[in-house]
Write a protein that binds this ligand. Structure first.
Ligand SMILES: Cc1cc2nc3c(=O)[nH]c(=O)nc-3n(C[C@H](O)[C@H](O)[C@H](O)COP(=O)(O)OP(=O)(O)OC[C@H]3O[C@@H](n4cnc5c(N)ncnc54)[C@H](O)[C@@H]3O)c2cc1C
Ligand SMILES: *[C@@H]1O[C@H](CO)[C@@H](O)[C@H](O)[C@H]1NC(C)=O
Ligand SMILES: *[C@@H]1O[C@H](CO)[C@@H](O)[C@H](O)[C@H]1NC(C)=O
Ligand SMILES: *[C@@H]1O[C@H](CO)[C@@H](O)[C@H](O)[C@H]1NC(C)=O
Length: 525
């Protein structure tokens, strides 16, 4: 074994010196698998021949679109349960020219954490076993292992450290790692900023297989991993997240307005108040538009009477009264927001079982000036009321998330002047690439075209966490490295001016472009 490791080391050195390009062959696949088996328990590695391969591969997949028989599958899945397994996977991968796709919660909208668009030899490094939250009562931070879900984090904080919160998203099964590394937006960001703004330390395994904390990786890399995309810089194995104080009681309210009840008027008012000081950071009103209605989801970090007073001043059109309030702990509110019911126990946030029923495709936009009542009306008439499976989710920005994007902030660039993010979604059943898929995608693209005059432009901004391969894919040059100019096409829309700094960080930490996928940050050229 010592001899094979020596050979591997020599090979690694050779590769490092004379070539950036990895040309995976079956021979390198074999030595990759041998390398893994010499460095970790064999029960952690699932090859395609294993009877569990398909179930392990699908364990956290959210979109059946990417479990077809034409989906490009990994050579194997490495289910790391210790940081040393992650180091071994990176080292074996680099020595043998096999790339890794890291997977934490598996929610990537294009499935890039477990599939490749083009035929390629790669391995999935699944981190679901590497999970745990280390919370100390009264402390305003907690270490979270990379494979933890938001629901598991909420549960640990809410039960062990009540009085504190982590400002995450609405969906409990989303992985903390993908959420933070793509920015991370949610119902508490107006008060506390995006997910990436709420990290104080991290541990990453770099392209050499070394484990670095914040001091070891330096501030540039620490900045980049908090919103610059998870796939480009290394494998994050743990985050130290900042926890913030929350009152013992918060208030949630769900309100529905149909078109007949003036949904378009209420939306037209909603979009004009977001940046007003009276729309306080403690107050968030998110909206889901579907068919002929607008569903307003309100979270207020305080009690019902303060909420009713605040809404009466700033947004009386919503018509919320004390009778509409649900007062509860922050943990119960996170449960309510995800499940839509007050009778679901908080333990349900721990359920990681995926539901593979829903074929979907999403796109995103940012709005910087109100679109106005007439546009809301035509949107409903021409688009929403014509597709029962389509919806738009509007997430208000402003307040803390709208501050200037200074060096102390994370790379999330959609800040000052942004009113809200739009997520367009289209759901269908049950073909990955048939007539239903074509109809659903045709609708989505038509809606996206319709909205173009009303949303941000030059660039038309998009949210990195709502990954959309229609925006562009990297082209790999003859030197085996993703081209900076091909990356610019899509990355300027996710990262705006921060693309250049992210690419400069990439040049420093992974110039040979080992950590890459179809939308990873290329090195600066
Ligand atoms: C139902 C649903 C609801 C959502 N709601 C929200 C929301 O409210 N707010 C929001 O901001 N986003 C939301 N998203 C988007 C979500 O944040 C992104 O899809 C995110 O990337 C998912 O993280 P994950 O760990 O589950 O995904 P994965 O598919 O595991 O990973 C996503 C990307 O990150 C990389 N990655 C994963 N783990 C690591 C790691 N440890 N180190 C380095 N790179 C890593 C992967 O390689 C991949 O490129 C939602 C998605 C879904 C499907
Ligand atoms: C792929 O799957 C479809 C339906 O699941 C099936 O009809 C088809 O025969 C499969 N193709 C191959 C090449 O296995
Ligand atoms: C866990 O979630 C899955 C998928 O949504 C669901 O089918 C199942 O019933 C849930 N299990 C429990 C115990 O709630
Ligand atoms: C979908 O089907 C079309 C036409 O049959 C084909 O050209 C295309 O490559 C398919 N796409 C995928 C992702 O399979």
């Amino acid at each position: 074994m010592a001899a094979s490791r020596k050979t591997a080391l020599a090979l690694a050195f050779f590769c490092f010196l004379c070539c950036n390009a990895f040309l995976p062959t079956s021979a390198s696949s074999d030595s990759f698998l041998q390398c893994l088996s010499s460095m970790m328990p064999s029960g952690l590695v699932f090859q395609q021949s294993s009877s569990s391969f398909v179930s392990v591969l699908q364990s956290s997949v959210q979109n059946p679109k990417f479990v077809t028989n034409t989906t490009v599958r990994p050579l194997c899945i490495i289910t790391a349960s210790d940081v040393s397994h992650v180091q071994a996977a990176v080292r074996c991968g680099r020595w043998n020219g096999v790339r890794l796709r890291m997977r934490s919660g598996g929610h990537d909208y294009e499935g890039l954490s477990y599939r490749s668009v083009q035929p390629e030899v790669f391995a999935v490094l699944d981190l679901a076993k590497l999970r745990g939250v280390h919370v100390i009562p009264g402390e305003d931070s907690a270490w979270v292992d990379a494979g933890t879900t938001l629901g598991e984090l909420y549960y640990a904080v809410g039960t062990t450290n009540p009085g504190f919160l982590f400002p995450g998203g609405a969906c409990a099964t989303v992985g903390v790692s993908g959420f933070i590394s793509g920015g991370g937006i949610g119902l508490m960001m107006r008060k506390y900023g995006v997910g990436g703004d709420n990290v104080v330390d991290a541990k990453i395994v770099n392209a050499n297989g070394d484990v670095l904390d914040r001091a070891g990786m330096g501030e540039d890399l620490f900045w980049a991993i908090r919103g610059g995309g998870g796939e480009s810089f290394g494998v994050v194995v743990a985050w130290r997240v900042k926890l913030s104080k929350v009152p013992p009681t918060v208030t949630v309210v769900n309100t529905i307005k149909t078109l007949e009840q003036g949904a378009a008027d209420v939306l037209a008012k909603w979009e004009t108040i977001i940046l007003q000081p009276a729309f306080v950071p403690d107050l968030t009103v998110r909206v889901v538009l579907q068919v002929r209605q607008a569903f307003f989801q309100t979270l207020f970090l305080g009690g019902c009477s303060d909420l009713v007073t605040t809404l009466h001043n700033v947004f009386p059109e919503l018509g919320v009264t004390a009778a509409d309030c649900n007062e509860m702990s922050w943990l119960r509110a996170m449960t309510f927001i995800y499940f839509g019911r007050t009778d679901v126990p908080a333990e349900a946030l721990l359920n990681r079982t995926n539901n593979l029923g829903n074929y979907f495709k999403s796109k995103s936009d940012y709005v910087r000036r109100p679109v106005g009542k007439a546009t809301w009306e035509s949107l409903y008439q021409q688009w929403l009321s014509r597709n029962g499976g389509g919806q738009m989710i509007l997430e208000p920005h402003g307040a803390a998330v709208g501050g200037a994007n200074t060096l102390t902030n994370s790379p999330y660039p959609h800040r000052r002047g942004v009113l809200y993010n739009i997520q367009y979604g289209s759901n269908w059943c049950c073909d990955a690439n048939g007539t239903n898929a074509a109809a659903a995608l045709g609708w989505l693209n038509g809606l996206y075209g319709f909205m173009q005059p009303f949303v941000s432009s030059n660039p038309r901004e998009a949210f990195a966490n709502y990954r959309d391969l229609d925006l562009g894919q990297n082209v790999v040059g003859q030197d085996g490295v993703s081209s900076f100019w091909s990356g610019r096409v899509w990355a300027q829309r996710y990262f705006m001016g921060n693309y250049w700094r992210l690419a400069a960080v990439k040049s420093m930490v992974d110039p040979s472009d080992y950590f890459r996928n179809e939308q990873s940050i290329p090195p600066f050229r």
